[in-house]
Ligand binder design. Structure first.
Ligand SMILES: [Fe+2]
Ligand SMILES: [Fe+2]
Length: 248
């Protein structure tokens, strides 16, 4: 039994592809096929695969049906986290998704899932991504303060959701945590954040995140060990469509 994670599949079986990166970069060519084949080699029915958000370009559930069927057909138990592009997923109606896909897909939001004696907790998260103002040398000299104010509100909301997830697991007696975020744990220019603080507060062993894709974005946030927590980026193109083994 193993736990794996990957993010940013950005499936589009039913929707026109609007993302420029996916049209230009080689890594995205037939990525659905590459990923499926890799999973079939790597995972068994006893394994768990956490998909760390941005599953589909579909604008609602009707436009995601084929994408969901593709995910359902992957081996193992599939747990999905909400990404910023997952328009089909109303954050306040996660229970409805869990009812609709009961026994097939598991949606992680304001709840947790058990993996052995570990609790898998998480939320979408949020990071401030600008706009930044640059000088002639390309150095950041300022940013849109209104946008930053708005980002602070979104961060607060996501922190509340993350705490609900941790507390639900803790109330059931869990003391070991793996924390999942769609967004990176820190914004550009930050070395720590309220998300890294919460991971430390609850003693999470690992923080797994995605969202940063395209080579220029791979090092936007923390990777490796910091204050006893291991941080890993698992966006699909960064992983070249091979899920990361998180735990045995
Ligand atoms: Fe994405
Ligand atoms: Fe994203």
């Amino acid at each position: 039994m193993s736990l794996y994670a990957i993010g940013d599949l950005h499936l589009h079986f039913q929707t026109p592809l609007k993302a420029r990166a996916q049209m230009k970069e080689r890594v995205w060519k037939n990525h659905e096929e590459k990923f499926k084949r890799g999973c079939e080699k790597l995972l068994t029915a006893e394994d768990t695969l956490v998909l760390v958000g941005d599953h589909s370009w579909g604008r609602d559930l009707a436009e995601c049906e084929e994408d969901m069927r593709y995910i359902e057909a992957l081996p193992g138990r599939k747990i999905l986290l909400r990404g910023n592009h997952d328009m089909f997923w109303d954050a306040n109606r996660t229970e409805r998704l869990n009812e609709r896909f009961a026994g097939r897909l598991y949606f992680l939001q304001n709840n947790y899932y058990a993996y052995g004696d570990c609790a898998l907790v998480g939320t979408k998260g949020f990071t401030f991504e600008g706009p930044f103002y640059l000088n002639a040398r390309g150095r950041i000299v300022g940013w849109d303060e209104k946008a930053e104010q708005h980002a602070r509100k979104l961060v607060e909301r996501e922190l509340q959701r993350l705490r609900v997830s941790f507390e639900a697991a803790r109330a059931d007696g869990y003391r070991r945590f793996i924390m999942f975020l769609h967004y990176p744990p820190t914004s550009i220019l930050e070395e720590e954040s309220a998300f890294t603080a919460m991971a430390e507060e609850y003693g999470a062993e690992q923080v797994i995140y995605a969202h940063s894709h395209g080579e220029a974005r791979f090092h936007d946030s923390i990777q490796g060990e910091k204050n006893g927590i291991v941080y890993s980026l698992v966006s699909g193109d960064y992983r070249k469509w091979q899920p990361l083994k998180v735990l045995d």
